[in-house]
Design a protein around this ligand. Structure first.
Ligand code: FAD
Length: 527
């Protein structure tokens, strides 16, 4: 008997490479494509901020448009997900709910409660993996039931598994014609809400527009430059370019508007035609594998997004300082490079990976000694690409709490940005109050004379803050603290360590090794 199915979109907001929706269409006489807009869940569990709300609504609008073109429609039902499902399952005589399998505890819990509801009301549940390259369970199985804790070990396991499954075919009008669409009247009742309906700010300054259509266009644009794709080397990309120097596809992967498998295989095709191409960890496929790595570790590590009770994370006595945290979050540290990044993050919802490095290091082990969990929460609220596993994994990395071990390398909040943007165009764009300073002062305007500050139309301490810390003193002090922590918790530190250097530091290390050795000091990263 064919099913009467609700296909529940959670992430996976797309019609290409959507194995779960394809399976729903193949097994049903009627399919209701549903998105449950559960505001309490989205705000209090997923902590989505205004920019991500905009991106989500745009993505739903786009999905609606694309479904309509294929003769179906999206039903956006507002309410608490369990009661919405309970009502509609009975109303529509549903026999099957299909949904993508996700690995975050809150989504797993949601799936478990849907399965319990299924037992109670008598419907089946089908969930397939569509958000990652592999089913992480297979990786865990091959690694003896535990997650591989280093990228090197992870790649080894993948080499045993072989390539990820190829993407399923794009959905077509015929797929939807085979079974009945929802009644047209329903689409009117269950429209995609406008920002004003949800009382979120009306405008978004973000240049990232949500949706599968936009995601696919951006993907195509990048893939046309095959030379760029083949030679992509992450550490050589520029954190302060005015347009992204990496793909900028993360918001689309994060909400599932783009399939990672589609991207992976498009990259494989380009690599197959290139004479040479870069390799993991620094290649574009290598970036997708970092994503996969953090998904795998997060899926089997208790309390992955916390320090307490997290077995792979160093237990550090971080400072609690709400005032300092607020200054960092609101771009008032007095370091233009840090404040420009935090401004871009707040206004646009995306910053380059190395810019993330700079602000994360500054907040934690570099300057402020504030917990990575605090920074992770701010990123969760402000990033368009906020992702449970990747965000926490990278925050542990940057704070040297796990995965990253060259903790003596601390980013300098003055020199790091200067290296790739000596004129400070990026700072001028995001901190217009500083735009008239000559280039030699743009990263440290407090060193300009009173007269020069007047000429630039910005008095430090009045129009823009003095630096909130003395970087040299703070970072020296923190380095000693970190050294002590690592000695005391040597065993935990070793868990996520192998003999490979941090890929993001390779080039930098070469640039500065001479200086470090000749001075006989601890190597410090001074970009
Ligand atoms: P590209 O370089 O073009 O890479 C392509 C894709 O690979 C990305 O879209 C992303 O899906 C994946 N990827 C790239 N770098 C990483 C990485 N280091 N770890 C895991 N996956 C990666 N990325 C998120 O998607 N969500 C987050 O919440 C997030 N939080 C971060 C927090 C910190 C402190 C740091 C340092 C990094 C974080 N990242 C996060 C990782 C990385 O910065 C972004 O994925 C990347 O900058 C997105 O830009 P892109 O799409 O141009 O990346």
């Amino acid at each position: 008997m064919p099913h009467r199915t609700i296909h529940l979109f959670r992430k996976g907001l797309r019609l290409h490479d959507n194995p779960t929706l394809l399976a729903a269409l193949e097994s049903s006489e009627v399919v209701y494509p549903v998105y449950i807009l559960d505001r309490k869940f989205l705000t209090s569990v997923m902590h989505i901020g205004d920019l991500r709300w905009h991106f989500l609504l745009q993505s739903l609008e786009d999905l609606q448009k694309n479904l309509r073109q294929l003769g179906s429609c999206l039903l956006v039902i507002q309410g608490e997900y369990e009661s919405v499902l309970r009502d509609h399952i009975q109303k529509w005589n549903i026999t099957q709910v299909t949904l993508d399998a996700e690995m975050e505890p809150f989504y797993k819990e949601m799936e478990a409660s849907i399965r319990r509801l299924g037992e109670e009301l008598g419907f089946e549940v089908l969930s397939l993996v569509g958000h990652s390259l592999y089913d992480t369970k297979r990786i865990l199985d091959l690694n003896g039931g535990t997650p591989p804790l280093t990228y090197k070990r992870f790649l080894h396991i993948l080499s045993l598994l072989g390539d990820p499954e190829v993407p399923v075919r794009n959905l077509t009008a015929e797929d939807f014609q085979r079974c009945r669409p929802p009644d047209p009247g329903l689409a009117e009742c269950y429209r995609v809400p406008l920002p004003v309906d949800l009382k979120i700010s009306l405008e978004s300054l973000s240049p990232w527009r949500g949706g599968e259509t936009e995601g696919l266009q951006r993907l195509e644009q990048h893939l046309t430059d095959q030379g760029w794709v083949a030679s992509f080397t992450k550490p050589r990309t520029i954190p302060n370019s005015l347009l992204p120097s990496t793909t900028g596809l993360s918001p689309y992967f994060s909400m599932g508007c783009l399939s990672v498998r589609t991207f992976f295989y498009r990259l494989s095709n380009i690599y197959a035609q290139a004479k040479h191409h870069s390799l993991p960890p620094v290649s574009l496929q290598g970036q997708l594998l970092w994503r996969e790595f953090f998904y795998t570790v997060a899926s089997a590590t208790p309390n992955f997004t916390k320090m307490a009770g997290n077995p792979i994370c160093l237990q550090i006595n971080w400072c609690e300082d709400a005032e300092r945290l607020h200054k960092w979050k609101t771009a008032q540290t007095g370091f233009p490079w840090i404040d420009a990044i935090m401004t871009q993050l707040r206004q646009e919802g995306w910053i380059h990976h190395l810019a993330r490095h700079a602000v994360a290091c500054f907040l934690t082990r570099g300057d402020l000694w504030i917990s990575w969990e605090e920074g992770m929460k701010v990123f969760e609220e402000l990033l368009l690409d906020a992702d449970y596993s990747i965000n926490a994994g990278n925050w542990m990395w940057l704070s040297a709490s796990a995965f990253f071990h060259q903790y003596t390398r601390i980013f300098c909040p003055v020199r790091f940005g200067k290296r790739t943007d000596p004129e400070g165009q990026y700072v001028r764009k995001y901190l217009p109050i500083l735009k008239n300073f000559p280039s030699k002062y743009i990263y440290e305007p407090w060193t300009a004379s009173e007269e020069e500050q007047k000429q630039a139309g910005c008095i430090i301490g009045q129009d823009y803050p003095f630096p909130m810390v003395n970087h040299k003193e703070a970072s020296d002090h923190n380095l000693q603290l970190m050294k002590q922590v690592r000695e005391e918790q040597y065993r935990t530190a070793q868990l996520t360590r192998d003999d490979t250097d941090d890929p993001m530091e390779i080039k930098v290390k070469r640039d500065h090794s001479e200086e470090s050795i000749s001075k006989g000091k601890v190597a410090r990263m001074t970009e």
